[in-house]
Write a protein that binds this ligand. Structure first.
Ligand code: NAI
Length: 480
């Protein structure tokens, strides 16, 4: 803490370096910058206290400063232990007008390489406002939302259940944190759940959680599914990944991709970006899928559809992108080629059985450099290279998606925050998507920024296809 400003980041002296990168990112984020202009006067987020949990990158710094420019107060944590860019975190704390000695920015609690205990401590800090509760959540993956919902549940039950041996390391840490919280206060998270007017959720996995909470009847506030805005999932998940998957593999391993056999597990939006990127480098790409529609898309795009068992022994690069668990098992890893590269780009680290790998007596771990480990199997004499301990490699080994694509996703986030904060009477508890007209607005901004010229519909053309001249141009069920 310096003065009234609480924070925990790696090193405030990195702020200058972060500020330079933020300045360049602003140029590449026309969506966010035009929202700053549009709402400079009306300040639609005045009074909003946003608890934010998204990878603390340079692009997120531009998002945070946009929320502040629109009137919000913000506290921020990263949604992954490896994804923070320390210079961006420092710059946000120092702020445009502060100095490392007298920081004047936003409370950020994030650094690259947090332990699980530190991660959940940081998540708790964004919920702990001096003299107030947060009244909005901005989430990526649903951890911040889950903290509030579970905190409320355990407060109502008068305590946290006993430790279950089946819990993962992360579940144990999460429950311990809430055990301590509930012992201190019987209504901290109940009050927060009551105060929060809405959550806006960034990613596929977090959205799955939201629908699950809604089905269980425990969702305490309305939620905006930002992921399924077209300008989010059809761009960030696909084109963002097409860029940042290679960035992560290159920075992590510098292995040549051309000619290698690559296996991509999952052919959703993220898997499509991964497969295209690897094929673009000249890799021979195979895909696994459970859904015949996605599998057929993969085949039409020129990729073989196989099972993990069929392909694993032959693959040089294996990437999981399913958002599902238990995709690559311990036995799969043991069967891999010597020095095969294994990474996950889905939200959580349970796509690969890292726990099994780390617990095995047969395996020795050799750290090559941060977020790159070799795991050697004594019984076979082979080893594999695992990126970011099975956590999303594009953020662990590189710096995530580039600014321009995040400008789409984050413009959607800002618009969703404004919707839920200013029109909460129109959104009873439930999970919503952005109105299509706003999705089209975000796309239009970026088309213009790239120098594209849109064709304008004539009135009779618009009538002929049954839309308004100004849009929306497609029905809700259109798939793009
Ligand atoms: P999606 O739902 O579009 O695609 C996932 C695909 O995996 C689906 O087609 C599904 O049929 C398939 N799948 C499920 N179980 C499978 C299994 N056992 N074997 C093979 N295929 C299986 O989801 P999307 O948007 O592609 O996201 C995937 C993951 O990536 C999510 O966890 C999401 O949160 C995350 N994500 C990560 C980003 C990053 O920067 N690293 C960016 C955006 C999303």
């Amino acid at each position: 803490r310096v003065g009234d400003l609480e924070f925990k980041v790696k090193d405030l002296s990195l702020a200058d370096a972060g500020r330079q990168q933020i300045r360049l990112a602003e140029h590449e984020m026309p969506g966010l910058m035009s929202l700053r202009e549009e709402y400079a006067e009306s300040q639609p987020l005045a009074g909003a206290r946003i608890a934010g949990s998204i990878h603390m990158t340079v692009q997120t710094a531009v998002l945070i400063e946009t929320l502040v420019a629109l009137g919000a107060e913000v506290r921020w944590a990263s949604c992954n232990i490896f994804s923070t860019q320390d210079e961006a975190a420092a710059a946000v704390v120092v702020g445009k007008n502060g100095t490392p000695e007298a920081p004047a920015g936003v409370p950020v609690f994030a650094w690259k390489g947090e332990t699980l205990e530190e991660y959940w401590w940081c998540s708790e800090q964004i919920m702990t406002w001096p003299g107030a509760e947060p009244n909005m959540i901005l989430d990526d993956g649903g951890d911040a939302t889950m903290l509030v919902i579970k905190g409320k549940e355990f407060e109502a039950a008068g305590g946290v259940p006993d430790t279950d041996p089946a819990w993962s390391a992360e579940e144990k840490v999460f429950h311990e944190l809430l055990r301590a919280s509930v012992a201190q206060s019987s209504d901290k998270y109940t009050k927060i759940a009551d105060a929060v007017q809405g959550v806006t959720e960034e990613t596929t996995t977090g959205v799955h959680r939201l629908y699950h909470f809604e089905e269980e009847g425990v969702l305490p506030f309305p939620a905006m599914n930002v992921n399924d805005a077209v300008t989010k999932s059809k761009f960030d998940n696909k084109y963002g990944t097409r860029h940042s998957l290679l960035d992560g593999i290159n920075r992590g391993t510098d292995a040549l991709i051309g000619g290698k056999k690559a296996l991509v597990c999952g052919y959703g939006d993220v898997g499509k970006g991964c497969a295209e990127a690897l094929a673009g480098q000249g890799a021979r790409v195979q895909v696994t899928e459970v859904d015949p529609i996605n599998a057929l898309q993969a085949m039409m795009d020129g990729f073989d559809v196989v099972t993990v068992d069929q392909a694993i022994a032959d693959a040089d690069i294996i990437i999981t992108a399913t958002g599902n668990k238990d995709i690559i098992t311990f036995e799969n890893m043991k069967a891999m080629k010597n020095k095969a590269i294994l990474g996950n780009i889905g939200h959580f680290d349970n796509e690969i059985d890292m726990a099994g790998l780390e617990a095995s007596d047969d395996v020795t771990r050799i750290n090559i450099k941060p977020q790159v480990d070799e795991f050697e199997f004594a019984s076979t004499g082979r080893s594999i290279i695992v990126l970011s301990e099975g956590r999303l490699l594009n953020l662990g080994n590189a710096t995530g998606h580039p600014s321009f694509v995040m400008s789409n996703s984050f413009a959607d986030q800002v618009i969703a925050q404004i919707e839920l904060f200013t029109k909460s009477d129109q959104y009873p508890i439930g999970v919503y998507r952005l109105p299509k007209i706003l999705d089209e607005k975000v796309a239009r901004l970026h088309v213009e920024a790239l120098g594209g010229t849109l064709t304008k519909l004539a009135k009779d053309q618009a009538e002929y296809i049954g839309v308004d001249v100004e849009g929306p141009f497609k029905p809700e069920h259109y798939r793009y």
